[in-house]
Every structure is written in C-alpha cells, then in structure tokens.
Write a new protein. Structure first.
Length: 320
C-alpha cells in the first residue's frame, strides 16, 4: 500500500503526457529554443516543464553541452517509456476512429528495395482504392534501420529481408515468400528473347550490380561461384534499384534481380528474365512488426493484403 501511495502522490498525479511530449521534442530538436518554436510556446515554459519533470522523477534528465542538449541515461529510459506510451495512445485513438469508420486512418509502412518498387505500391494502391479514407506514409530504407524505426514506433510494419546483423529480440518476423534471383536483359539487348542462353555466354557482358557491401551482391557472387565462374566485374555499381533498372532497360547492361520484381512490375518495367538456371535464392521476404504489440486494424488489413498479393509467388517457389 505504501509503495502505491508513493507512486500515486509523487508520480501518478504529477507526471503529465504534455510534459513527456515537451521532453521528447526537446531531445529531438537538441535545444529548448527550437523545441519552443516547434511547440509554439515560450522557451521559459519549456525550461520550467523540464525542471518540474526532473523534480518529479528525482533524477537529472538532460545534459547541457556546448553542442546542445542530450538526454542522460535516466532521460533515455524515460523517453523509451514515453515513446511506447504515445504510440499506444496513438493506436488507441486510431482504433476508436476505426470503430467509428473502419475506412479512415493513417498507416506507416517501411520497405526495403526491391519491395518498395512494386509490391508495396501495389498493396497501397489496392487499399487506397477500396478505402478512400485511409492514409499511408511509406518509408524506404535498409532492413536494420527499418527495425530501429519499428522500435521507435515511427512505422507500424516493415517489409524486408533479414538484416545481415542479428536484429533485436523485440521484433517479430513473419515469413512472406521465398525470393529467387534471375538474370535480366532489357528490350533491345541482343540476349533479350533468346530461348537458349548459358551463363558462360554472358559472363563478359556489361553488368550493373549492387555495391559490394550489399547483401544482394553476396547472393550474386555466390551464384556465379556455384556455377563454376567468378562473378564478373560490373561496369556500374549502385544500390539504387531504380538506377540499375533504368540501365538494364537501356539495353546496354545485364543485371540480376529478384523474380518478384518482374512479377509485380510486369506492366511497368521493360526487362525480361533470361532462360538461365541461376542457382541461388536470396533471403526470404518477411513482414517485421514489434513483438507483443497488438496490431492495429489497418495493420492487419495491410498484412492480409500482402499475403494475398504474394500467394502466387509462394506457390511458384514451392515448385522450384
């Protein structure tokens, strides 16, 4: 009882969501002056709010440095709790809005290339047509950063391959489909439309590959080696899927792409897979969410649509 009374009197009645929000914005902006401008309040109000928070908690929350303001270890711990609180509150309000009108609300989706090129837009477009009140915020970045954004509650779900480094145990992964790799040429390339092509025939062709530190480059190199060849030295390296695609469409280059890109982008891209058995698969495509976090209704709808869009790829992968 005494412990509860201490919490109720010292923290429960004095710690306000508004105060946590002021602290969060102050840390995000790096100064009280910038936080005041963003919040449309005066700097003394920001300073007084932070001081009151520190008095309530009984611990220093911010360090003042020549470079600006940084959270102390206590400040970071409180912000982590605050981020989860605001996220739960946001999702709670979304759920109320969804119950009132299940076609309205915002969903924040993250994706890594090449999924962001065609699959994510296809799903967003399908849902946007069926639910005009739905709003979408789409972020493109690498798998590791997507996991960090999920834990920071800045996105609701992500679509990517597993990152090269072990991901946090606080995220959950759902297998979506197995990705196979294909060699592709653009319309006008001399190999386009050939019925018979061997890997030995095209090793010396101009290639465009991802950067050598990209996980896709590792899969490509392994595939060539397992076929008895060293991976060709590319004329162009770029991690941009769009850049690689445009160069292949120019008919001057060959590249290796996930088969799913050709599946989902068949109406848009002007490339074709060559009849080569490319002996490798990349890491599977996965849906990443925060573990033990009840998905919002819109998240569930989006995930179900992803499953529907990729069921044919799953069937094709089982036959390979």
């Amino acid at each position: 009882m005494g412990s509860y009374m201490q919490w109720d009197q010292r923290i429960g009645r004095r710690l306000k969501l508004r105060d946590l929000h002021v602290l969060l914005v102050t840390v995000e902006t790096g100064s009280m002056a910038r936080a005041a401008r963003r919040l449309s309040i005066s700097q003394p109000v920001v300073s007084k709010t932070i001081s009151a928070l520190e008095a309530t908690i009984g611990l220093p929350l911010l360090d003042r440095t020549p470079q600006g303001i940084e959270p102390t270890v206590y400040g970071r711990a409180l912000l982590a709790c605050g981020t989860a609180v605001f996220d739960d509150l946001r999702r709670g309000v979304q759920e109320l809005e969804f119950l009132a009108d299940p076609t309205k609300g915002e969903l924040k989706v993250g994706g890594a290339g090449p999924f962001i090129e065609d699959l994510v837009p296809a799903v967003v477009g399908s849902l946007a047509r069926r639910y005009p009140g739905m709003e979408f915020h789409v972020v493109e970045t690498d798998a590791q950063t997507l996991c960090e954004l999920l834990l920071e509650r800045k996105i609701d779900l992500a679509l990517c391959r597993p990152p090269e480094t072990p991901r946090s145990t606080d995220v959950a992964a759902e297998y979506l489909f197995e990705e196979t790799m294909v060699v592709v040429a653009g319309r006008g390339n001399r190999w386009f439309g050939r019925r018979r092509v061997n890997l030995a025939d095209i090793v010396e062709e101009p290639w465009v590959f991802p950067e050598s530190d990209n996980v896709a480059a590792t899969f490509i190199a392994d595939a060539f080696r397992s076929s008895g060849f060293e991976a060709p030295k590319p004329r162009v390296r770029s991690n941009s899927v769009a850049v690689r695609m445009r160069l292949v469409e120019s008919a001057a280059f060959l590249t290796v792409l996930p088969r799913s890109m050709l599946h989902f982008g068949s109406n848009r891209i002007q490339v074709k897979s060559l009849p080569i058995s490319f002996p490798t698969k990349s890491a599977p495509a996965e849906i990443i969410t925060v573990k033990n976090r009840t998905p919002s209704a819109m998240t569930s709808i989006f995930v179900e649509e992803l499953r529907s869009y990729t069921k044919n790829i799953r069937r094709a992968a089982r036959k390979i």
